[in-house]
Design a protein around this ligand. Structure first.
Ligand SMILES: *Cc1c(COP(=O)(O)O)cnc(C)c1O
Length: 397
């Protein structure tokens, strides 16, 4: 069978693959210290579960409007207005089967052969693959760890061509944990207006912020900026609801209607029961998020301190999300009993096979110097895992 060329352009999500390997090892009874997972280890809040149960009992188990139920779209509109001062009509809001699906609908509606999408590096793996799946070209914008992975708007401008459609922003960022400050956002907004670019703002970690920081959506910088921004968000990370598959997009009407049409011909509505649950999460979930983030903060400090105490490793303190992204370039080139550790992937393999520690190597995020460790796991796992990492790194010669 001859498959479509696009199917050959992408690989399965490497983060999901690493998490699956770690889970399979654990299922065989192996004691894995798993830092690969990209989801909160907290349980979904009780009131959210109760809303889902009530939806099932009430028979709310049929197709809904393809773009999502009015109640949920209104909850999203209210949230964006209350928190960011943004104003959207219903037709500008689309509920999808997770933020990943929102981004996919967007890529399908926006991109075609020859188009370019600018992606700051390091980046969340799916941005590049979704671009390739839609026949367009990802253009990578390098950033520097020393500068907190800030985007330099001059460097960005040099990458813009007549084929550039959009730039994707992810603050707080998976995998780096970095956030963009207001000045950076203002420069990017100015550039987008001047060079006629769409801004795609993936804000899925907006509530997972530390040290009292508050999230600013780039769309909130003014109506003319909002008019060329698509805000992407969802309930997965903030309310520990990854399995429920509810994400959303809000943005310019033409684009959102095109995305809604694509969804109506591909998946139809997101799960009816999950939509009812998401309404409760958005309306009443913030106390839960605060408790969860306070615990992430405790773990963040421990994991970063432990990593920085290991020779050959340096780790920035993340300001958001729940990932440590240590630079391990000081370990590359060293020898293990099974050969040279030349790359982050070699290091991740060495750690998993020799020490039962699961981490995600940097390469799929666009880095040849880092590994990613999720601290959305118990403090006990963190302490046990850091002890193993210590031992593993000491055995390298
Ligand atoms: C987890 C994640 C998403 C997607 O989450 P969904 O579960 O599909 O809503 C999108 N962007 C980033 C950066 C993520 O880490």
């Amino acid at each position: 069978m001859k498959l479509a060329a696009r199917a050959g352009r992408i690989t399965p999500s490497p983060t999901l693959a690493m998490a699956a390997t770690a889970k399979a090892m654990a299922a065989r009874g192996i004691d894995v210290a798993d830092f690969s997972s990209g989801e909160p280890d907290f349980d979904t809040p009780e009131p959210v579960k109760a809303a889902a149960e009530a939806a099932i009992r009430a028979g709310f188990t049929k197709y809904t409007p393809s773009s999502g139920i009015d109640e949920l779209r209104q909850a999203i509109i209210d949230k964006l207005h209350a928190e960011q001062g943004l104003r959207y009509e219903k037709s500008q809001v689309l509920v999808s089967c997770g933020a990943k699906h929102s981004l996919y609908n967007l890529a399908e509606a926006l991109l075609e052969a020859g188009d370019e999408l600018i992606i700051p590096v390091p980046y969340w793996v799916s941005y590049a693959d979704q671009t390739l799946l839609n026949d367009a070209t990802p253009i990578f914008l390098p950033t520097r760890e020393e500068n907190g992975y800030a985007i330099d708007s001059h460097e960005l401008e040099r990458l813009i061509t007549p084929r550039t459609k959009a730039i994707i922003l992810n603050s707080p960022c998976n995998p780096t944990g970095a956030t963009y400050d207001r000045t950076t956002l203002e420069r990017l907004a100015e550039l987008a207006l001047r060079r006629d670019l769409l801004l795609i703002s993936d804000e899925i970690y907006e509530k997972v912020l530390y040290d009292g920081a508050r999230h600013t959506s780039i769309a909130s910088l003014g109506p003319e900026v909002a008019a060329r921004t698509v805000v992407i968000n969802g309930v997965s990370k903030a309310y520990a609801m990854t399995g429920w598959r509810i994400g959303y997009a809000a943005g310019p009407k033409d684009l959102l209607i095109a995305m809604a049409n694509i969804q109506s011909q591909s998946t139809s509505n997101p799960c009816s029961i999950s939509q009812k649950a998401a309404v409760v999460a958005l309306r009443d979930g913030d106390a839960f998020t605060k408790t969860m983030v306070a615990e992430f903060d405790r773990r963040r400090r421990v994991i970063v301190e432990r990593l920085n105490a290991m020779p050959g490793v340096r780790c920035r303190m993340p300001s958001g999300a729940f990932y440590a992204f240590p630079n391990v370039s000081g370990l590359l080139g060293r020898q293990s009993s099974s050969g040279t550790i030349a790359t982050p992937t070699d290091l991740a393999t060495y750690l998993l096979q020799g020490f039962q520690v699961a981490v995600v190597p940097g390469e799929p995020f666009g880095s040849t110097q880092h590994i990613r460790l999720s601290y959305a796991t118990s403090m006990e796992t963190i302490v046990r895992g850091m002890d193993r990492l210590d031992a593993a790194f000491k055995q390298l010669t």
